[in-house]
Every structure is written in structure tokens, then in C-alpha cells.
Design a protein around this ligand. Structure first.
Ligand code: GLA
Ligand code: ZN
Length: 690
């Protein structure tokens, strides 16, 4: 197993700390650049992401390039030991381009072309947009790829959205021809005989539209896959001229939290580094632990995209955002906690949006390191500088990874399909919350988790959990079967193995390709109204030894065992006494099936037992209060334990391990330790046989 990776840039020994920097907004005030450099050093910031939306400043008129301002910024950085992720500016474009070449503007699903404005408002398949992007990227590469301050490329900004223009319609048809070969095969895969939707010529196929086709699930699914493929292809197109000039300079593209519009797994091969933008809505009305679990899940997802390689937190706010319903300030301690939260899950950076507050436009009141007051004597600046100091103290952790023995399967295909399906719960199938419901149990137990796709390698894991795997291909089913046969533990839930990759139902009994592994047949599923429920009653004498009963809601599946042992049954309704939780011994392994959506504390109790039986290590062998998690990074010799308190209360934790050294004061911590409100501790221990 890999336990550490080379530093993201050989020029940096520890963590990256910095922000999006937009000096193009301050070209008329050259003194700002000088002051910024002084402040960056003061805040212990060493890396900036520069020029993300600077296309107009770089090419004010077509073919006329102005690099002087950027030369000055990068030169001053180099003289001061500050590094840059240099951006390609394709996230927004100059007005001259939209006016001269309207084809670059996006067409929405209603087939209306957008006007110039906003950002991400362009067609990834437009030949003109691609050519203009190639030109500006080539110019940037020629001029800056070997600049001493530049440590990598920041490709565009938060790719997203789709376009329905004629170029895109044609590209979609070509994509479909490649996928299906013949129209007959496409018609079968999409089940187009339904409502007489059969196509007799490729030219009849259009993208889904609110005033056109929306009812063919395979069609909707393929459109989403196509949008991902176009965006990946555009990203690859952006990267080509950069790599031509300097192949060893890493490229990254900043992503958004579990963004529904793009299957991010498909980007992993063309990016050297995964990076993402995290904006937790701390201190809103939700339980802090729930917000933290969602962001933990995301950190794990992004780390898992490239096999556990450290990722970059490319944006976060040093204080508040300005797009939430209520813009809450970060409470004392929260900046440190929230930033180390990312580090705990494998980030080798803490970067912000943005360095200096803009003076005008929609983000002028968004949190930034340097406020409009212009100096360092602010609470936010002190928080940032404090974190800078802490990152220096824990610098040796950079490059280490998270050793997870457990993985949760979360496929974009499945997510798209299960939400598009009509029935059994059209008020919302709650796919994402369901995944987090399972994830949070591991988070509370302090068990590291990878988030993987069903096509990924399952062999590194002891336990695989696949919440609501509605779309399950024969291939994925076979992979899971082999994993369990070889001794792995697998957990599946209700509403799994229903359809294949084209959203066609599996014939011959659900859960289709998982039926044999799970040893059950699911005959029907009952949707429950809000307020309705059932109760899952455990059989205390079962092999899992789980006792008591747990409330369930939303969905109850009526299953038959086909070799599985019954661990719990329903208490109520006409299906009282029928199995609600089962386990099947299959080959060397075990496969659990949860037939209904249970409420907490089911998941923590259940997974607590499952991990014990599967021989999975917890980061700390101690009870963690609800809202407190322990996360782990490790290299060849050491383990780094992050104790994070998201419970809103001071907490006492019993540390039974006597090898833990606090990295901020170098003192040993053991026995009863106190974690203050929003408190975090970074503890180091030597590996037992390291
Ligand atoms: C996104 C963008 C940034 C900025 C922030 C504000 O993450 O990438 O440019 O708009 O949101 O929160
Ligand atoms: Zn288009």
C-alpha cells in the first residue's frame, strides 16, 4: 500500500497556504502589489492562484496581448519566495469575443442563446472557443511555463453546465453513434418503443429539453455522460498546449462539492493534482456535525479520485461567504478547525477565495484575507496567520496519505439514474443524504473511508458499502461478487440492483447482479408517507449479536432470503415478521442487506459491529462523543491523528494510546484530554512496526 506521495511541487517542502489572487483588478494601483507581498509574508502565505478570470486583462482586443502586469506580479513573487498556480482564463471571456463570435455563447435547454455576461457561459464544443482558448493557453505556456514562481497550472475555474447549440447536438449524435454503433441498438438500449419514441434516423435525436423529450431515462443518462465527456475533452484540449511546452509542470482543475453535473472520476486521468473548493456553511441552523460529515465525505471523495494522492483545498473562505441566506462569521477557532479538517482528510494545501476583497461587483463583500480596510490588524488576518504558523509546525505531514480499509461506492451514473426514476419516492429519493447517513457512522466511529466508483479496484479494502446502488451493471455485480468470495465484507441496501447501465430493469429478480452475493430476492418496495414508519426488530441471537429495535421510514422492501441469515425483521404493517436486515456468508466473505431506511442510532450501532467482525481499525480505540471525529494520515514511519470537535460543546476524550505527541507543543497527550468548542488537536505517533 502506498503511504506517501512526492510533494505536489518539489519547490515546496510543506503545505501550500494562500489564495486566489486577482491583481488584474488592481492594475491602476501598483502600490497594492507591493503591500500584498508584505502582507502575504506576514500571513505565512506561500502560494497564490493567479489570473483565473484575467482574459480581458491578457487579451484586451483580439490578438493583442498585454502580459506586462502579469510579468511584474510573477517576478515580484519569485523575488519574495511566493509561488503561483497560473490560471488559464477560460472560465469567462472578453466581450469582444461574444460579440464577434456569438457561437461561443451557450444555448440553454429551451434552445435560447445566452447573452454575454456572467461566467461559464460558453460552449465547450464551439470550434471558435476552442481555438481562442488554445491560443491564449499557448501564449501563457510559452511565456510562463519556465518562470521560477510558477509551480503549476490552474485550469479554468469550476467547469460546469451544458450547452444545447447545433454544434453540441451534432457532437451528441456522433457520441451516440460511437456508443451504440447502430440506431437499432440505441433504440433497444433506450426502450424507445415506449410511447412510440423510436428513432428511424440519427438526425432525429436531440438533447433532452423541457419542451421536448424528458421521459426516456436512458436518453437523459446518456446526455449527462456526454456533457461530462465534452467537458473532459475541453479540459484535455486546454492542457495540451501547456504540456507541449513543459510536460512536468502539474495541472489541476478546481472542482465543486460532489457536483452533480459532472462525473469527476473521468477527469482524474488528465489532471496531475485534484483540487476543490470547499465552502462549509458553518453555524447555520444545521447540526455542525452534519455539515462537517458532508465536507469530510467530499474531502475523501476528492482524495480517492487519484488513488489516495493528496489533493489541494483550492478555495475556502477565511471568514464568510456572501451567497448564503445568512452570512455568518466564523466563530473563534473555526478557521483553524475548518482548515485542518481538510488537511486531516488528505489536503496538502489551504487556499482561499480570495486574497484581497474586490472593490466592486457581486463578490465585493465575500470574505477575503485582506479586507477593504487594507491592513493586517483584523481578526480574519490573525486567524489566517495563526493557521500559517500551525501549517509550518505540521509541515512533515504533507505528502502522507489516508490509509482506508473501508470504501463507500458512490457512482455518478447511479446518482443521476436513481434521481430520474419515477417511483418509489417521487417527493425525493434522497440519494445524497442516504450516502451521508452511512458515511457519518464511520465518521463518528473514527474510521477512515475512501469514496470510490463501482469500476474501481475493490481489492485494497476489507469493507465495501454501496448505499442505494439502483444502477448496478453486470460487471459491477461480478466485481462485488468476487470481492466477497475472496473474503471481503459488503453492505448493500434497499433499492439496489434495479437497472443496468441503460436504465433498463434487470429481469429475473432484484437485486439483479447482486442477488446471488446477497442471498436474497427483493419482491416489492413500499413507499412511506412523511410521518409514517416501521420498526426494525433485531434478533439478539443472530451472528451479528445486534439487539433492540430501530425506527425506519421512507422505504421498506419486501424481501425473501435465498441462503441469507435474518438479522432483523419488520415489526409493523402487513409485512411484520418479514426480513429487514440479512447477512449472507458467501465464499470467504459476508454480504449484508438492509431492506429499509433506518434512523440513527441504527447506522452507528450496525457499523460498529460490522467493523469489529471485518477486522477494521479505528483511528483511536476509544468512544468518541457525537460530533467529534478522529481522522488519520500516515507515512512510512508515522501516523498523524487529527481529533476534531464539531459538537458545539467542550468534550472530554479518553486517550488509551500512550504514544501520542501533540504537534503544536510537542507534549505527550494521554488519559483524559479536553477538546474545547471548535477545538482540534494534531497528534503524532510512531507506527507500531514502522
Ligand atoms: C467559487 C468560485 C470563486 C468565487 C467563490 C465564492 O468557488 O470559484 O471564483 O466565486 O465561489 O464563494
Ligand atoms: Zn454548444
Amino acid at each position: 500500500m502506498i503511504t506517501s506521495f512526492p510533494r505536489i511541487s518539489p519547490k515546496l517542502k510543506g503545505f501550500m497556504h494562500g489564495a486566489d489572487y486577482n491583481p488584474d483588478q488592481w492594475q491602476h494601483s501598483p502600490e497594492i502589489l507591493e503591500e500584498d507581498i508584505r502582507l502575504m509574508k506576514l500571513a505565512k502565505c506561500n502560494v497564490m492562484a493567479v489570473g483565473i478570470f484575467a482574459w480581458s486583462a491578457l487579451e484586451p482586443e483580439e490578438g493583442h496581448f498585454t502580459f506586462g502586469w502579469l510579468d511584474r506580479v510573477l517576478d515580484r513573487f519569485a523575488e519574495n519566495g511566493i509561488y503561483a498556480w497560473l490560471a488559464t482564463p477560460s472560465g469567462a471571456r472578453p466581450a469582444w469575443m461574444s460579440v464577434r463570435y456569438p457561437e461561443v455563447l451557450r444555448v440553454n435547454a429551451s434552445r435560447v442563446r445566452n447573452l454575454h455576461g456572467g461566467r461559464h457561459n460558453h460552449c465547450y464544443n464551439s470550434p471558435v472557443y476552442r481555438e481562442k482558448t488554445r491560443i491564449i493557453n499557448s501564449k501563457l505556456a510559452e511565456r510562463y511555463a519556465h518562470h521560477p514562481a510558477v509551480i503549476g497550472w490552474h485550469i479554468s475555474n469550476e467547469y460546469g453546465g451544458d450547452c444545447h447549440c447545433e454544434h453540441c447536438q451534432e457532437a451528441f449524435r456522433e457520441w451516440l453513434k460511437e456508443r451504440y454503433g447502430t440506431l437499432e441498438q440505441l433504440n433497444q438500449a433506450w426502450w424507445t418503443t415506449f410511447w412510440s419514441h423510436t428513432y428511424s434516423d440519427w438526425s432525429q435525436i436531440e438533447s433532452p429539453a423541457p419542451h421536448g423529450e424528458t421521459a426516456v431515462h436512458g436518453h437523459n443518462l446518456d446526455w449527462k455522460r456526454f456533457v461530462t465527456d465534452c467537458t473532459v475533452d475541453f479540459c484535455a484540449h486546454e492542457v495540451t498546449p501547456l504540456r507541449e511546452v513543459r510536460p512536468d509542470l502539474p495541472v489541476t482543475a478546481n472542482m465543486m462539492d460532489w457536483f452533480e453535473g459532472l462525473d469527476y472520476r473521468k477527469f482524474a486521468n488528465i489532471l496531475d493534482i485534484i483540487s476543490w473548493d470547499a465552502y462549509p456553511t458553518w453555524h447555520d441552523l444545521q447540526d455542525l456535525g452534519q455539515v462537517a460529515a458532508w465536507f469530510s465525505f467530499n474531502h475523501d471523495l476528492f482524495r480517492s479520485l487519484k488513488g489516495g494522492q493528496p489533493f489541494m483545498l483550492m478555495e475556502s473562505t477565511p471568514s464568510m461567504t456572501n451567497w448564503q441566506a445568512v452570512s455568518k462569521l466564523k466563530r473563534p477557532g473555526m478557521h483553524l478547525l475548518s482548515s485542518l479538517h481538510a488537511v486531516a482528510h488528505g489536503s496538502d494545501s489551504v487556499q482561499y477565495f480570495q486574497w484581497r476583497k474586490s472593490r466592486g461587483s457581486s463578490e465585493k463583500l465575500h470574505g477575503a484575507v485582506v479586507d477593504h480596510v487594507g491592513h493586517e490588524h483584523t481578526r480574519v488576518f490573525r486567524d489566517v496567520a495563526e493557521l500559517g504558523e500551525m501549517l509550518e509546525k505540521i509541515a512533515e505531514i504533507a505528502g502522507s496519505t489516508v490509509p482506508a480499509q473501508t470504501a463507500i461506492i458512490a457512482d455518478w451514473d447511479n446518482r443521476w439514474a436513481v434521481k430520474d426514476s419515477q417511483g418509489p419516492l417521487n417527493r425525493g429519493i434522497d440519494y445524497e443524504n442516504t450516502v451521508i447517513q452511512h458515511y457519518r457512522a464511520f465518521w463518528e466511529l473514527g474510521v477512515p473511508v475512501d469514496i470510490i466508483g463501482s469500476e474501481d479496484d475493490l481489492t485494497p479494502y476489507k469493507l465495501i458499502v454501496a448505499p442505494m446502488m439502483y444502477l448496478c451493471t453486470e460487471q459491477a455485480g461480478a466485481g462485488i461478487e468476487a470481492f466477497v468470495a475472496d473474503g471481503g465484507t459488503f453492505v448493500a441496501t434497499y433499492w439496489s440492483g434495479i437497472v443496468n447501465e441503460s436504465d433498463l430493469c434487470h429481469l429475473g429478480g432484484f437485486p439483479g447482479p447482486l442477488r446471488q452475493t446477497l442471498g436474497i430476492w427483493s419482491e416489492e418496495i413500499d413507499g412511506l408517507h412523511q410521518g409514517e414508519g416501521n420498526v426494525l426488530v433485531c434478533n439478539g441471537n443472530s451472528s451479528l449479536k445486534m439487539k433492540g429495535s430501530y425506527a425506519t421510514y421512507d422505504l421498506c422492501e419486501l424481501i425473501h432470503t435465498e441462503g441469507a441469515e435474518i438479522l432483523a425483521e419488520y415489526r409493523d404493517d402487513f409485512y411484520a415478521g418479514r426480513p429487514a436486515l440479512t447477512v449472507h456468508s458467501f465464499g470467504e466473505g459476508k454480504a449484508y442487506y438492509l431492506a429499509t431506511r433506518a434512523q440513527e442510532p441504527f447506522y452507528e450501532d450496525f457499523y460498529g459491529r460490522v467493523i469489529e467482525q471485518a477486522g477494521i481499525d479505528r483511528v483511536l480505540e476509544t468512544d468518541l462523543p457525537r460530533g467529534v471525529t478522529a481522522q488519520l494520515r500516515a507515512d512510512e514511519e508515522n501516523e498523524y491523528v487529527f481529533l476534531l470537535n464539531f459538537s458545539e460543546e467542550e468534550q472530554e476524550i479518553q486517550l488509551t494510546d500512550t504514544r501520542l505527541m501533540n504537534m503544536s507543543n510537542k507534549k505527550t497527550e494521554s488519559g483524559s484530554v479536553i477538546l474545547p468548542v471548535h477545538g482540534v488537536k494534531v497528534l503524532k505517533r510512531q507506527k507500531v512496526n514502522g
